[in-house]
Design a protein around this ligand. Structure first.
Ligand code: CUA
Length: 149
């Protein structure tokens, strides 16, 4: 009848709402239960013009990465295993990518803005930082290194 929901429509609607709630629950679980941070733009940090490594505690670091054609500053970062690093990223020329292999850190370096991500390095090893946004003839060589000991 017109104006009334068919039984199958009600079922479809219930399933759709159920999925929405389920995925929202997963989002909350990722954020709170697994402590996953989404890379984001921060507005309370002014874009900087050079790279910087600041150690706040034996296992807490704040690193300012400056991307430019065709390198990162700092080129090499050495930290102890178990360190948590706050990454701040900007670019001084064009848009670059910033992906740390073997991690879920993946950001864009955009001139005039600062991107942010936090990561805890629980495994020792060498992590390459790779520019994954085509930025000119030196793009494929644009790389930095993080050494976790
Ligand atoms: Cu920088 Cu590609």
């Amino acid at each position: 009848m017109l104006g009334e929901l068919e039984k199958s429509e009600k079922t479809a609607l219930s399933i759709a709402v159920g999925f929405l709630l389920f995925f929202f629950g997963l989002l909350v679980y990722a954020a709170k239960g697994m402590n996953i941070d989404v890379p984001t733009c921060v507005t309370d940090v002014k874009p900087f013009t050079e790279g910087k490594v600041i150690q706040h505690a034996p296992d807490r670091y704040e690193v300012h990465y400056l991307a430019y054609m065709w390198a990162f500053d700092p080129m090499e970062l050495e930290i102890p295993k178990g360190s948590t690093v706050d990454f701040y990223l900007t670019s001084k020329d064009v848009i670059h990518g910033f992906g740390i292999e073997k991690t879920n850190v993946n950001m864009m370096a955009i001139p005039g803005t600062v991107a942010y991500a936090r990561y805890t390095f629980t495994q020792p090893g060498e992590y390459r930082v790779i520019c994954h946004e085509y930025c000119g003839i030196g793009h494929q060589d644009m790389m930095a290194k993080i050494i976790v000991k």
